[in-house]
Design a protein around this ligand. Structure first.
Ligand code: HEM
Length: 460
């Protein structure tokens, strides 16, 4: 189909003519690029950048989306013209069912105010108080690990980060097997994933067993969170956790969040705060099994800094190679592999005028594998992030935590947690993979290994 006939095919969203000049892979007969995208999103997006360049026009069913691949343009969207973009509608509609109007999905003035209120909960001093919880829960996990066992590391990391976020957020210990919160979260995560895989979606009013489970989990989480909030309000106590911070946060005029707002923010942090970190750790441990020399160097650092001691906050500044390894793993496997925006007003960048409501996607998984910014991009090389090299990385070419005003609010929390967990594991166990097949990333809400990450444990 030519650009002219595309523009006049009424079934398809119409664009201003110049936007048809933006390169685009050939479309299939049905649904534009939808089938190609569904079949293998990561490779489809990677090929787009390699074959069609810095800005690529994608057609998913009747709609167009622009894939932004150049760091300068990413900077325009995330920072320089950030006020002209909102979170994309598709992203919001899936997540807001769970997260109400929490930080991840809210926009405009409401988002700005909530972000200002939540920010103090993430100040360095406050976050640092959580190091002991992180270390203690990691030790509890390691106490269950034994020499010669085989475990799914993806599952282990997910459980551990969930316990940590529950404790730091609510001061709640959900590590009891039968704890309702843990169960509800597990059901919820499953249903988010199930939904993202459904090709033919039934109308929302059709009651399916999966939907019944989902609504049970949302109701349970809402009820439990509200219960805790009401208790806290009544006692007025500052327990030093994130929830107390949210409850006590005051805006400039002395206004506070309503209980419902605190609930939405708490659930947002709950969900956003564990799966991503778990995946970062799973992929890091995977890459270390593939690169024994790097793993050995990491063990040397950990042994040198910690000896047989349990890691504490004071050790973290010395664990520099540990941090390099994590950063490089998040380059190759960014847990938040892609995110989306919609223009809320007309916007100009990359030499084009885009009308209001145009959709854009930014894919760290693709940008991080661009040879212009990272030489030999498929190679796992933590030296890219040593003190000498890291400052030379092109701005906005590395964005595991996003960028601009909507940068991840939990990035310091996540880095601290990941360092503590990784160092503790390396100190006690050598992990190997029973399978010689490379792990395959699956682009769900976050970047997960397909079929989990089974590993064999050898005690040191
Ligand atoms: C390795 C771990 C993590 C990664 C890779 C990650 C990644 C990201 C990214 C890329 C965004 C921006 C999305 C966008 O611009 O559309 C984001 C936002 C966010 N993250 Fe994280 N995150 C991680 C851990 C955490 C943790 C531990 C928390 C909380 C405890 C958290 C809470 C949030 C929240 C609330 C937002 C929305 C911020 C806003 O829009 O104002 N994240 N995260």
């Amino acid at each position: 189909m030519t650009s002219q006939s595309l523009a006049h095919d009424r079934r398809i969203q119409s664009l201003p003519d110049p936007l048809y000049n933006i390169p685009s892979p050939p479309v299939g007969w049905l649904g534009g690029h939808l089938l190609m995208y569904r079949r293998d999103p990561l490779n489809f997006l990677l090929r787009n950048a390699r074959e069609y360049g810095d800005l690529v026009r994608i057609q998913l069913a009747r709609w167009f989306i622009f894939q932004v691949n150049h760091p300068d343009d990413v900077q325009q969207v995330l920072t320089k013209q950030a006020h002209k973009f909102y979170k994309a509608v598709i992203y919001k509609s899936t997540l807001s069912e769970y997260l109400g109007n929490g930080l991840l999905v809210s926009d405009g003035d409401f988002w700005k105010r909530q972000r200002q209120l939540a920010q103090p909960a993430f100040h360095t001093k406050r976050i640092q108080a959580y190091a002991d919880v992180m270390s203690e829960y990691t030790q509890r996990m390691l106490a269950k690990w034994a020499d010669g066992q085989r475990r799914d590391i993806a599952r282990e990391m997910m459980r551990l980060t969930l316990y940590i976020v529950a404790k730091t957020l609510f001061d709640a210990d959900v590590s009891g097997e039968r704890h309702k919160v843990a169960k509800a979260l597990e059901v919820l995560l499953h249903s988010v994933i199930e939904e993202s895989q459904i090709i033919v979606r039934l109308p929302d009013w059709v009651p399916t067993p999966a939907r019944a489970r989902k609504y049970w989990s949302i109701d349970t989480l809402h009820d439990i969170t509200m219960g805790i909030i009401k208790e806290r309000r009544a006692s007025g106590e500052d327990k030093g956790d994130l929830l107390s911070m949210l409850l006590l946060a005051e805006g400039e005029g002395g206004d506070r969040m309503t209980d419902e707002q605190v609930r939405d923010e708490a659930l947002t942090l709950f969900l956003a705060g564990h799966e991503t970190t778990a995946n970062a750790l799973t992929w890091t441990l995977y890459l270390l099994t593939q690169h024994p020399q790097i793993a050995q160097r990491l063990r040397d650092e950990v042994d040198g800094v910690l000896g047989k001691r349990v890691v504490t906050l004071a050790d973290l500044p010395q664990l520099t190679y540990t941090e390099q390894v994590l950063k490089e793993a998040m380059r190759l496997y960014p847990p938040a592999w892609g995110f989306a925006r919609q223009a809320v007003e007309d916007v100009t960048f990359a030499g084009y005028d885009f009308p209001k409501r145009t959709n854009f996607i930014i894919i760290p998984y693709v940008i991080h594998r661009d040879a212009r910014w990272f030489a030999d991009p498929e190679r796992f090389d933590p030296e890219r992030f040593n003190a000498q090299n890291e400052p030379n990385i092109t701005r906005y070419a590395y964005l595991p935590f996003g960028g601009g005003p909507r940068v991840c609010i939990g990035n310091s929390f996540a880095m601290m947690e990941a360092k503590i967990i990784l160092a503790s594991i390396m100190q006690r166990f050598v992990l190997t993979r029973p399978s010689a097949q490379p792990a395959v990333p699956e682009a769900l809400v976050t970047l997960r290994p397909k079929g989990g990450m089974p590993m064999r444990l050898t005690a040191r």
